[in-house]
Design a binder for this molecule. Sequence first.
Ligand code: AVJ
Length: 322
Amino acid sequence: MLLQTLPARHVSEFAADVRASLTKAGQRELPSKYLYDEVGSALFESICVLPEYGLTRADARLLESFSGEIVSLLPRPVLVAEMGSGTGKKTRWILESLSQHQRTFYFPIEISPSALAACAKELGHIDLVSIVGYERPYLEGLAAAAERRAPGEHLLVLFLGSTIGNFDRDAGDEFLRRVRAILSPGDALLLGTDLMKPVEKLLLAYHDPVGVTAAFNLNLLARLNRELGADFDLGAFRHEARWNAMERRVEMHLRSAQRQSVRIRAADLRLSLAADETLWTESAHKYFPGEVFEMAARTGFRCDAQWIDDEWPFAQNLLFAE
Ligand code: AVJ
């Protein structure tokens, strides 16, 4: 795989993001994208095989069963760009179906270098598929991939695994509009969305009894210690998964078990945390099937098809840029 990298983004950007989200008024936050360093990405891969976390298997089942049908609905020739490819395991089905019709360029876009390397290894040997990876933020990578398109070639953008669920609903709309602005009419977006299900089931998916999700969440503090010279005592924080019924999302928090003070050297910050105060680290929004058609219509797309898993409510949605 050819790897397109930008000059290493500076620690200072990470430090500035952390500082801004920890010092904003009201609920303190940490940006969820920083959960995925090498350790975090490995822990996320483990989450995906937990019996309580059915999301990734549902996503993969739908792609395995319907990639032929999905591909048959696409204009060709088509280039494939994937935002947040992870290890690329689920994408094999789409690339194999496509390569029955055409030679295919695949552009995985991933901020985690370890995930991108795994992706190259996983998908690097499919006949008639060429990979160029972009270690960049999603929209920058997508713009770069779109530039590689020759006249008459379309783009299929993959945004799988319900990563859209990390965004608040308004921010999700805004993100889809930005994706749309990079696309041309007739280009496709395959969007994976985790659907509403009973709350007990959702909470178990984000608070598994083995503690893998707790480790994934706490690793963010360990990362701040490693990379920003912070002194978080991981034993003084508890993982928490909360259902926010108003927003229809699971929120992950880290709850401070006691009054404590933490220093984050590279962010030039000293934090005083009250007992029971939380740091909000991630959101996972859940959708109704019909909601996706409305999201598409609001953001310059048309949703032409939707496939829903029978075992774990999850939808693949095929959108076209209008
Ligand atoms: C990768 C963002 C889709 O929200 O379900 C899993 C991340 N966090 N368990 C999700 C996650 C805790 C996951 N996404």
